[in-house]
Write a protein that binds this ligand. Sequence first.
Ligand SMILES: Nc1nc2c(c(=O)[nH]1)N[C@H]1C(S)=C(S)[C@@H](COP(=O)(O)O)O[C@H]1N2
Ligand SMILES: [Mo]
Length: 368
Amino acid sequence: MTAWPVPHDFRGPGATVWTPETVTADPYNAQTPSAALAEPVTPVGAFFVRDHFGVPRTAPGDWRLRIGGAAAAAPFAIGYEELLTMEHRELDVVVECAGNGRGLMTPRPPGLPWSQQAVGCAHFAGVPFRALAGRALIGPAAVEVVFTGADSGPVRGRRTAFERSIPLAVALHPDTLLVTRMNGEPLAPEHGAPVRLVVPGRYAVADVKWLVGARAVTRPFTGVFQAEQYSYVASRGTPDGPVAAVRVKSLITEPEPDTAVRRGHETLVRGRAWSGGGVPLLSVGARAEYEEDDSHHERGWHEAVLEPAPGPYGWSAWSYRWTPQRPGPYRLLSRATDAHGDVQPATAPWNAGGYGCNPVASVDVVVV
Ligand SMILES: Nc1nc2c(c(=O)[nH]1)N[C@H]1C(S)=C(S)[C@@H](COP(=O)(O)O)O[C@H]1N2
Ligand SMILES: [Mo]
């Protein structure tokens, strides 16, 4: 397997050149630069990358996806050219690593120490998996579909492919896509070229990159990346089991941490918010707390202005106009609520793997 560790640069409008911030060099893992999180669609060159074994390279002409498994009566393989002739669907989707925010948890669980930047929103085009599942004659005995990537590496001495399953009903949802394009371009190598799965509303471990296999199975899959990693264990308030729906979350993109803002002047506090599983976002609350003296804490949340999301799986911009009255250190906070009434908790919800970390967002600033 040839590694391809260097992401290409993206030249945005104007002179902006984005590069993800490297977290580990080999395998290549990088987070989205915070400035890029302010963009409605995250540029490909800025988009966070999570890979476990290095980036495999397959020329589109050599690519095959095998669809079969014990519960499929008519297994078959499809190539890239044929996939491109099939009807594509386009969706804006927030892709968030289940470990995003782990670095904020105490005690810090093992795993990559992401801050809140292992996330991005992309415009994807792909063929619903459903369109191919029909051809494979997946029968009623199927409970899940296991998706396999071309990448593999040693896990406890055994060569292991990257594999993750989703329930059959999720696999057959018309929005579960075999993606060929991201932000209007063919998929970049680090994001799964030539074809990846995207399961909107689920944590991104489900979005198997460099996809080469899909098998319908009659029992729940128990692979390493299903039952050991990317599973809630010892959670407070969540049943243990594979991570699934993305949790409601907001981010503050402006002002930047530790910047000075001027007293008596209106400051625009801005950010992004999203919910999981295709649930509409309901509201974002924002507030500023004066850090030096408890008695000056503002009470309650101000309703931020929420812009509509680009579809059920995208993220929304929000803003709140704040005019600070006294100098000193402040903490700006934001809290999103979705239409199910799910709301960001005050503190990081702890579990042994550090997954699903969605506490209220905060940024410290100084009023001068
Ligand atoms: N084949 C394969 N697919 C994979 C992974 C991987 O290591 N190998 N990592 C998963 C994880 S944990 C995440 S968070 C997303 C990251 O997608 P991105 O690198 O395009 O941002 O890909 C998922 N798909
Ligand atoms: Mo992830």
